[in-house]
Write a new protein. Structure first.
Length: 684
């Protein structure tokens, strides 16, 4: 039996089912600067009492609250929309109270409409209006307070039904003023919940990964950071805003891996960048063959000039030659004979890498050293980190590290490269990772893609788990790309870039259609893996799909519909090899509709049946769909239209919908009332 306690005051309103929350508020939900976020709750009372619901919120360090009246959505559900304006932690509460003023207006009108005049309606109304005027005055709404006090004074002189009805009509006209009346003394306040607000790049970004040592214009020569500066115009022309670099630190000599990950290495082998550390330094140093710290600073500045941010790999592991091994041997895992153990994924052994023991007795010093790595690179202009294999390190490390870093700079973004079990991936997101890799690489069929992206966009994890979609990585030569040729690469590009607000490609391998696996029949390493050798890429190769990449990224930049995952909706196609979905932006009315042929070998056709709830298209409405990939325009009618995609030409449509004289979205929707005026802080 539930234990009851004596209450100090009566509060009839109930507030429950507040969203978005994570684990009942144990972890913060996520929000993004500039993206509208709906906060909702069930608010109700017993009997026939009406209720009001208010949302109040503030940056966690602020003293004063912002407040908004929540709108009734039906079935006792109330919601409000806020638009965070700065990164950081935001706290919010939902307040419910019985709407005594509203109930008085309702009941007095019913009695007056029936021809009955009750003097008590005058007395009660005068008291409630005076009370509302005082509350508005205390909330610094002086003009509103004066208006409501005037109504209170007028009602005191009402003596008949006509006068009461006239006064009630004036109250209806002042409904927007009444909405600003703050909660009174009989309110119910929910638990206080947190939102972790990330800057826009955490919610919408296009990533490009490349190895600096493979950027030399001279075949066979080891590339440098200066060579990478020369590649920036190419990356910018493709439309990417994040350039992610695998580890740029000194590479170990001991047990170095040769080409294809084989041992022993030859003197000419460059080794794996993830075998971090040698006599030249460790995680805060740059491999001499790549250049100097000054070269890195120049790269960051040159990238910023082109609207590109540099993301670094945070790989918490060491080569046997890392300075930590001699300075802090107790920071590493030891075998029974006392020697330091190498990394293993049985039956594989990685002799060139030592895993770190985060349970060491010297963990305080180790944790501080990890924080120093991150702050070192922040000081050199890095605000984005792709974290290598975070699921192999303790959860406590990430919860602590991310919180510490975001105290220093709440705009730092952490991407989890966590190809692991779903619950582990989600736990990392709850602990603070802004984004995460996903299982997209292995989702191939229409049903697999539909189910998975429905889960990502609308499932319980959508309040905290932000996907970052990659068709392939240096570790994954995806099976979907090995035999599908150009059509498969274009199809997977469109799927990644238009299903998800954040995505990335591993280039130039991707746009140059690199698809040869090290072991046929597997989706592991590439045959000539950049992880173990320097490559020379002909970025001007006429077979490149760089032009398609640029068009997809331009569509993403120019169409706000593609910059969020919240409005993703799939539409029926009577062919399982065709997949169709849409995204919309309520603020602008922008709508993008995509259709992809999942079969790269031959043409597929079918009828697309659009969801009228998602797109509000009439049965006989005529509109244009403009393909952002090839600039073709088609005239469509109603909700059912024919599509044929020939992969030898293009396996995908990315349509912008143009609907003359039709307002698809109600831009006056009261739920959008907080889109422009509310600001959650001042930090840029």
């Amino acid at each position: 039996m539930r234990k009851t306690t004596k209450r100090l005051r009566v509060s009839h309103a109930v507030v429950e089912a507040v969203q978005p929350t994570v684990e009942g508020g144990w972890f913060p939900a996520k929000a993004t600067v500039g993206e509208p976020l709906t906060i909702s709750a069930d608010v109700f009372s017993h009997g026939h009492e009406s209720v009001r619901a208010h949302l109040r919120w503030r940056p966690q360090a602020a003293r004063s609250w912002k407040r908004a009246r929540m709108r009734a959505e039906g079935n006792d559900r109330f919601c409000s929309v806020i638009v965070p304006a700065a990164p950081g932690m935001v706290e919010f509460e939902v307040i419910g109270e019985v709407d005594r003023l509203g109930d008085w207006q309702r009941d007095a009108r019913r009695r007056a409409a029936g021809g009955a005049f009750d003097g008590q309606d005058v007395i009660t109304g005068a008291a409630l209006l005076a009370e509302a005027a005082e509350a508005l005055s205390l909330a610094d709404f002086a003009d509103d307070a004066a208006l409501v006090q005037e109504l209170a004074d007028v009602i005191s002189g009402v003596t008949d039904v006509a006068g009461l009805l006239g006064l009630l009509d004036q109250c209806d006209a002042a409904s927007t003023v009444f909405e600003r009346v703050p909660p009174g003394g009989s309110d119910t306040v929910s638990e206080r919940y947190l939102l972790s607000v990330s800057r826009q790049l955490a919610g919408f970004a296009s990533w490009y990964e490349c190895f600096p040592r493979s950027t030399s214009p001279v075949p066979g020569r080891h590339g440098t950071l200066r060579d990478l500066v020369g590649r920036l115009d190419y990356v910018a022309a493709l439309g990417f805003d994040v350039l992610y670099l695998p580890p740029i630190h000194p590479i170990g000599i001991t047990a170095r891996k040769g080409r294809g990950g084989k041992t022993p290495a030859t003197p000419d082998d460059v080794g794996s960048p993830w075998a971090i550390g040698n006599a030249s330094g460790g995680h805060t140093d740059i491999a001499p063959e790549l250049g100097t710290l000054a070269d890195f600073d120049a790269l960051v500045a040159a990238a910023a000039d082109r609207g590109i941010e540099i993301a670094l790999d945070l790989a918490l592991q060491c080569s046997p030659d890392h300075p930590w091994v001699s300075q802090h041997p107790d920071w590493f895992v030891h075998r029974a004979d006392g020697s330091i153990a190498c990394a293993e994924n049985p039956p594989k052994r990685y002799e060139d890498v030592y895993p770190i023991d985060f349970d060491t007795a010297d963990s305080d010093a180790l944790y501080s050293a990890v924080l120093q790595i991150v702050t070192h690179w922040i000081a050199h202009g890095v605000r984005v980190f792709r974290v290598d294999n975070p699921h192999t390190k303790p959860f406590a490390l990430w919860e602590w590290l991310i919180a510490e870093v975001k105290q220093i700079d709440p705009g730092v973004v952490f991407l989890a490269e966590a190809f692991t079990r779903p619950k582990v991936m989600h736990r990392l997101a709850k602990l603070g990772f802004d984004e995460s890799y996903t299982y997209f690489t292995w989702r191939e069929s229409k049903s697999e893609l539909t189910d998975y992206f429905e889960e990502l966009a609308h499932g319980p994890g959508s309040t905290y788990f932000r996907p970052n979609i990659w068709p392939s990585t240096p570790d994954i030569c995806a099976s979907t790309l090995q035999h599908g040729g150009r059509a498969a690469f274009v199809a997977r590009l469109v799927l990644a870039g238009c299903l998800s607000a954040s995505y990335g490609i591993y280039g130039p391998a991707y746009e140059l259609l690199e698809s040869e696996p090290a072991m046929p029949g597997t989706d592991g390493d590439f045959a000539h893996s950049e992880k173990f050798e320097v490559r020379t890429w002909d970025i001007d190769n006429p077979s490149s799909i760089a032009d398609v990449v640029a068009r997809v990224n331009r569509a993403r930049r120019e169409h706000r519909a593609l910059q969020s995952d919240r409005t993703l909706r799939f539409h029926r196609v009577d062919n399982d090899r065709l997949i169709c979905w849409s995204k919309c932006d309520a603020r602008t009315g922008d709508t993008v509709l995509c259709v992809v042929n999942l079969e790269p070998r031959w043409p597929e056709s079918g009828f697309v049946e659009l969801d009228t709830t998602a797109l509000d298209i009439g049965e006989n409405e005529v509109y244009d769909v403009h393909d952002l990939l090839d600039d073709a325009t088609y005239r469509w009618r109603g909700t059912r239209n024919f599509v044929m995609l020939d992969p030898s030409r293009s396996p995908a449509h990315v349509f912008a919908l143009h609907r003359p004289n039709h307002e698809s979205f109600n831009l006056e929707d009261p739920r959008l009332d907080a889109l422009s005026p509310e600001v959650l802080g001042t930090r840029p």
